[in-house]
Design a protein around this ligand. Sequence first.
Ligand code: HEC
Length: 422
Amino acid sequence: MRTFVLALLLAAPALAQTELRGHGGPVRALAITSDGREAVTGSFDSSSIVWVLERGIARAVLRAHDGAVNAVGVTANGFVTAGEDGRLAVWNRADLTRPQSFDRIHAGPIAALSLSPDGKSVASASWDSSLAVTQLAGGTPRRYEGHQGNVNGVGFLPDGVTLVSAGYDATLRIWPGSGAARIIKLEVPLNALSIAADGRMAAGGADGSLFLLDAQGNNLRKIEAAESPLIALAFSPDSRFLAAASPRGSVTLFEAASGKALFTLNGPGLPVWSLAFSPDGKVLFTGGTDRLVRRWNAVNGDHLGPIIIEKPAEIFVSDGSRGADVFKACAVCHTLTPDAENRAGPSLYGIIGRRIGTAPGYIYSTGFVAHDIVWNKDTIAKLFELGPSIYTPGTKMPEQRVGSEEDRTALVEFIEKAARLR
Ligand code: HEC
C-alpha cells in the first residue's frame, strides 16, 4: 500500500496538478557548488534557479525543460539539469539563457543524475528502466540496461568507472566498466541512492528502510529509518554522516559507519524533496514542498533559516491556459492581483500600459528605470525574446528567456487578462 502511495506521489504529472497550484513548486532537486557559494535547484514548476547563497537571491532562471526538473548537478563551468521530459540540459555559466546542449537521453522521465568524479561525464537514471552515461563534451551516451522498471538513483564509485543504480525493481546494481552488473536484491522497491566520497552506498526503500553497504557493496545493513518511503539521501562530504528524508516529514541524520540515528530535523518547511550538504559539511540544505531552500546546522539539526527569503505566497489562480503555465516560473517573483504585495520582483498588477519602474512601493534598480519603455504585450514579449539583460541592461531581474514565440504570445495574453486593472 505504501509503495503504491509513493508511486503516485512520485508521478510528477499527478503531483503537478495537485500541488503546484500554479505557483512555483516543490524544490525537487538541489546541488551546491564546490565553493559553497551557489545552489542550483530544480522544481516541479519546470524551471531551475541558480541562487547566490550569501545574498539569498536568484542569479538566473534556467528554463528549457518541458515538465518537472527532477535532477540537477554542478559541473566545472556550469550546471546540468534533467527532467520529466527525458532530456539532459548542459548549461555554461558564460550564457545561462539557453542550454549549451539539450538532448533527449531517455524515453522516460529522468529521476536522478550524478557527475563523475572527474566532472567530465554525467550518469542519468530513468523511468525508461535504463541508465546512461553522457560525456559533457558530447558524443553518444553509453547505455546500461537491465533494471525491470523505474530506475530512481544513480552514482559513481570513486574509481570513476563503476556505476551503482537503485531501482523500483528492488535491486541495487553495480555496473563495472565492462561485463555484467552485480545484482543485489533488497526486496523493497528503491527510491533513492547516495554514494559517499569513500564509496560507501546508501539506498532508500519505499517502505522507509535504509540500506547501508560498504564500498564493495558488502556488509549490508538494513535500518528502519522512517515510517514512510525514503525519497532523498545525501552523504556528508567526509562520508561520515548520511541525511535521509521521507515525504511524510522527517529528515534524520545517521552516522554512516554504525547506522545510528543522531537527530531529526525539527522545524518549518518539512517535508523536503531534496538534500545537499555544504562542501565543509557544516550546513545541510533542504529543498521543500514550500518552494524554499532551507539551511540547517548539520551538527545539531538547528534550523538556520531559509535561503530564499520569501513569504509563502498566496496561490496564483491558473486558468489552465498555456500562458498560465508559462507564467508559473514568473510567479516565484511576481504577483498579479491588486491586494498582493511585491515579491523579489514588482507586482505586475496593471502592468499593461504602465511605464517601466512605476509599481508603488517597489525599489527598482537604477539601470532598469532609466529605460524608456511602456509595458504592453509587445514590449513584454520582447523582454523575454531578447532576455532582460539585453532588452533592459542594468536590470536586477535574473536573465531568462521564453524561447518559443507561441509561449511568449500565450504568456502576454495571460498577463493581460490576469493583471487587468479591476
Ligand atoms: C527570480 C525573480 C524573477 C523572475 C523569475 C521573473 N522576474 Fe520579472 N522582475 C524581477 C525583478 C527583480 C524586476 C525588477 C527589475 C529591476 O528593478 O531591475 C522584474 C521586472 C519585471 C517587469 C517590469 C516591471 C515594471 O514594473 O517595470 C516585468 C514586465 C517582468 N519582470 C515580467 C516577468 C515575467 C513575465 C516573468 C516570467 C517569464 C518574470 N518577470 C520572471 C524578478 C523576476
